[in-house]
Design a protein around this ligand. Structure first.
Ligand code: ADP
Ligand code: ADP
Ligand code: ZN
Length: 214
């Protein structure tokens, strides 16, 4: 099962990917998590990516595409995967399709989680993230069992720098400008499904299951 999750920052991609991963036993590949791990470990890639991420801009395609295509070559991806936060531009989508087609392979589902901007602002303000395992929480909608501690791994949770309101505004602009066109791209390839991301997490997940299990 090869799935791409589309949607604005804060639409719930990471949350849903975490549940899909557990249920279908396929890896969750988040380019944002990969960059944050590189920043934490102070790698060259991390240093480069951080300058863009801090401003709410996209990291250039050439720093992202090969990284993901290499990741998909790994053994744990052979029965499928969930891509979260990639592709984010038309060129990224084209490169991905080209690389997969060269192996006789393709993405089966592009699932667009539709969430209006005014929901996003509230979700980001309350989002708390675990930089250790990638889990996300929300102070009111999905609080951790112990305040500020990750349920899954026990690490302290953070408010991401780029989740502050000024940067969220910029990220939404970037989303509408550069990532939203992917909706038409995947409509064109015939694999798009859209669902309402404002519903409860369990309802959104049930709708994703309807798409991939039909
Ligand atoms: P969110 O889950 O809130 O949408 P992500 O964790 O996916 O945020 O991404 C955080 C930041 O990492 C983005 O704002 C962008 O700077 C960078 N990034 C992540 N994935 C990509 C990508 N595919 N292309 C370019 N930049 C990316
Ligand atoms: P994305 O990966 O698309 O940026 P996240 O999965 O990190 O989004 O979700 C953004 C924030 O919204 C998090 O704080 C998360 O706990 C919360 N959230 C996710 N899905 C829902 C939902 N269906 N209803 C309410 N809050 C949600
Ligand atoms: Zn954790």
């Amino acid at each position: 099962m090869k799935i791409i999750l589309l949607g604005a920052p804060g639409a719930g991609k990471g949350t849903q990917a975490g549940i899909i991963k557990e249920k279908f036993n396929i890896p969750h590949i988040s380019t944002g998590d990969i960059f944050r791990a590189n920043i934490k470990n102070n790698t060259e890639l991390g240093q480069k990516a951080k300058t863009y991420m801090d401003k709410g801009e996209l990291v250039p395609d050439e720093l992202v595409v090969d990284l993901v295509i290499d990741r998909l070559e790994q053994d744990d991806c052979k029965d499928g995967y969930i891509l979260d936060g990639f592709p984010r531009t038309i060129p990224q989508a084209e490169e991905l399709d080209k690389a997969l087609a060269a192996k006789g392979d393709k993405i089966e589902y592009a699932i667009n989680i539709e969430t209006p901007d005014d929901f996003i602002i509230n979700r980001m303000a309350g989002r708390r993230a675990c930089v250790n395992c990638g889990a996300t929480y929300h102070t009111s909608f999905m609080p951790p069992k112990t305040e500020n501690i990750c349920d899954k791994c026990g690490e302290n949770l953070i408010l991401r720098d780029d989740d502050k309101p000024e940067t969220v505004k910029k990220r939404l602009e970037v989303y509408h400008d550069q990532t939203e066109p992917l909706i038409d791209y995947y409509k064109g390839t015939g694999i798009l499904s859209s669902l309402d991301g404002t519903k409860d997490c369990e309802v959104v997940f049930a709708e994703i299951c309807d798409v991939v299990e039909k």
